[in-house]
Ligand binder design. Sequence first.
Ligand code: PEP
Ligand code: MN
Length: 333
Amino acid sequence: MAEGASREQAERVAAIARGQRFHAEIVGNDSRLAVAITGGAAKPAPQAFNMLPGVGRVVTQSSPYFLASRLYSPEDVIVDVGGIPIGGNNVVTIAGPCAVESEEQLFAVAERVQKRGVSILRAGAWKLRTSPWSFQGLESKALDLLAEVKRSTGLKIVTEVVSETTLGIVAEVADLVQIGARNMKNYPLLKAVGGCGRPALLKRGPDALLSELLSSAEYLLAAGSPGVILCERGVSGFGDHARNTLDLAVVPAVKKRSPLPILVDPSHGTGNRDMVLPLSRAAIAVGADGLLVEVHNRPEEALSDGPQALSLDDFDRLMDGVAPITAAIGRSS
Ligand code: PEP
Ligand code: MN
C-alpha cells in the first residue's frame, strides 16, 4: 500500500483478492501496510489491483520473505529497544555475561559495562547446552535478578527465550527478546515471539543460509513484531582455531537485501577472548550496527562460555579499541 493508505483501503484490496479465491492477509504496521496475496491456482493479475485506491505498487514476489526485504522498507529500519535506537548511524555495544549466575556477578558486570556507556545488558536465564549435565541457567530466579538490575541501574535487558511456555515471564523483564541460534528455525516460537509485543534479537543458526535467516525474520514480522534485529554469531566450519566461523561477509549481504539492523557476536563467533577485539573491529569496519559481547567479572570461574568471556578490564580495552574504527567510518556510538 502507498504511504498513508488506510486500513480500510487495504481491507478492500484483500477482499477483492479473496473474491478471486486467493488467500489475502494484511501485514505490516499502521505506518506502512501491505497486503500479502498468496495461494490460488493461477498468479493474481497485477492490473486487478494497481488502480485500487491506496495501492502503491504491485510486487510479484518469488522470494520467501517480503517484510524483511528492502522491497517493503527501502530505508534502513531503526529498532527501538526500550527507547534505545538500534540501527541507523549508531553503533551499539550490548554486553554482559553469558548467563546470570548470581546477584553479585550480575551487578559487578552490569555496573562496569554501564560505566563504559553500555545501555543494554545481555545475560541468559535459560541456557541451551549441548550436555544435559552442563549448567542450564538459573531460569526464573535469573529473571528476578534481571528485573532487579534493571530497576536499580536503568539498563535495558536482552535475554533469551527458549520455549513458548516461558515467553510471558521473559517478555515481562526483557526489553529485547533473544532467539538463540539453536531456535532460529523454531517456527512456532518465532510466531509467538513476533506477537509478544517486544522487539526480537534473532541469532543466525550455525547452518543457516541468509535467505533462511531473513525468512525467520519474516515469521516474526508477519506475526506483528515491533522490530527485528539480526545477529551473526558464527557458522559451523572446519577449522580448529575457533569455535565457529564468524561470517562477516553476511553483514554487507544483509545490508543489500534487508533494511533490518545486524549485530555481530564475536564471543560465540570465535569462542576465544583473544579474538573478540580484532573481530569486533572488523565487524564494525564491514558495517555491523553493533556488537553483542560476553563479559564476566571472573571469567575463569564462569559457569558457561568462560574461554570467550572478556574480563572487566578486557572490556575497557574493547571499548577503547573499537572507538577509532567507529569514528573512521563516520558512525557514532
Ligand atoms: C548466547 O547468546 O548466550 C547464546 C547462547 O548464543 P547462541 O544462541 O548464538 O549460541
Ligand atoms: Mn554464551
